[in-house]
Design a protein around this ligand. Structure first.
Ligand SMILES: Nc1ncnc2c1ncn2[C@@H]1O[C@H](COP(=O)(O)OP(=O)(O)O)[C@@H](O)[C@H]1O
Ligand SMILES: [Mg+2]
Length: 356
């Protein structure tokens, strides 16, 4: 008796996506089932190429299908199509599926470093990524990515964002000479951010990462009012004093109705480059505890590494320059956790919309 498509789908119903808490058939991930004699080929289309459990799902799916009577080979092809939560009455940026903010609170905790490495890490995993420097007063992104020079402006079509490390980038630092102070009033700031969203040719993007400036949340507010936000990532350091900043940031995102994707603890510990020994300079576990207390996911910790700082200064993000360094691995890991959280939030929204 030959193997049927129904048998294959039924076997795949036993494979659960651990983040979305549903089986991959119900989630609509299984596509293009081909059966020839006992050989089964099928596609599993995930919600992000940066899925942290991609390999696990592939193995499990192939094992389940291989266990069907009469199957001699089972091959899953893993692909991804990043979904969007939709506009909810706000004007989407055409082609841009998910806008993610990285914030907030005081300067120097590593927001920009995280934005840059997160964006490059997502692109390395196959996503189409843009990076918008929301810090119009103190734009650091051009330096951190080594992008100098003004972007091309193509008349009606708008501003062409330069590309670096596989991502599209825009920053006020590309438009204003480096040593010229930038003095803005509130409405101008709103205008600049709006222009970056609307007048830049982003094209098709799975993720647009927005690096938020330190401070009061003007940029977050301006964005939340005008475009649908997929979520926000909060960056903190382990010092006790950072706790109240995070609490404020979380409060702000909640007030703006921006889903919280999670908290990252940066400069978490020092790993000795010689012996690898870990020193918890500021204590340990603060980010995790904070996540629990505030009921938001803890996305991971990034160690202090001089290569992170040097890479930033030289326009060489560590995830690209030294991908095997513990700090780079940490950024890569947490980028897939961020992507997973976006998928979780989007699935949650879709479910609400469907059940209405
Ligand atoms: N994990 C890290 N290890 C070493 N230096 C870091 C790390 N994260 C950030 N830095 C450095 O700390 C400084 C502040 O980081 P930055 O990303 O600009 O912070 P923010 O955007 O929050 O103001 C920069 O010089 C950066 O290179
Ligand atoms: Mg910054």
């Amino acid at each position: 008796m030959s193997v049927t498509k129904e048998q294959v789908l039924s076997a795949l119903r036993d494979v659960q996506d651990p983040d979305l808490h549903k089986d991959i058939v119900t989630l609509g991930f299984v596509k293009d089932v081909q059966i020839e004699d006992g050989e089964v080929d099928f596609t599993v289309e995930l919600t992000t190429p940066a899925c942290p459990v991609k390999d696990q799902l592939k193995t499990e799916a192939e094992e389940k299908v291989a266990a069907i009577d009469g199957v001699t080979a089972a091959r899953a092809k893993m692909t991804a199509s990043v979904r969007t939560r939709g506009g909810f009455g706000k004007q989407e940026i055409p082609g841009v599926r998910n806008i993610l903010a990285v914030g907030a609170g005081k300067g120097g905790v590593g927001k920009t470093t995280t934005s840059v490495n997160l964006a490059v890490a997502l692109a390395k995993q196959g996503a189409r990524v843009g990076l918008l420097d929301g810090d119009v007063y103190g734009p650091n992104i051009p330096q951190m990515l080594g992008v100098t020079g003004a972007p091309e402006v193509q008349g009606e079509k708008g501003i062409v964002p330069p590309e670096a490390f596989g991502i599209k980038v825009i920053s006020m630092g590309m438009l204003v000479p480096p040593d010229q102070p930038i003095i803005w009033r509130g409405p101008m700031l709103h205008g600049a951010v709006q222009q970056f969203m609307r007048d830049v040719q982003w094209g098709e993007l799975d993720y647009l990462v927005v690096d938020l400036p330190p401070g009061t949340g003007d940029v977050a507010l301006s964005m939340a009012q005008s475009v649908p936000m997929a979520g926000a990532v909060v960056v903190t350091t382990p010092q006790g004093v950072a706790v109240s900043d995070v609490r404020k940031a979380v409060g702000m995102f909640r007030q703006l109705n921006i889903p919280l994707l999670g908290v990252i603890e940066n400069m978490s510990y020092f790993a000795c480059p010689h012996c690898g020994e870990r020193t918890d300079i500021f204590g340990t576990g603060g980010g995790k505890r904070m996540g629990e207390e505030l009921d938001i996911p803890f996305l991971g910790e990034v160690p202090i590494d001089t290569r992170v700082r040097a890479g930033s200064d030289e326009g060489q993000p560590i995830v690209d320059a030294a991908p095997d360094a513990p700090a780079a691995k940490a950024f890569l890991d947490l980028s897939s956790r961020v992507a997973a959280q976006v998928s979780i939030q989007n699935t949650r929204v879709l479910r609400v919309v469907q059940s209405d």
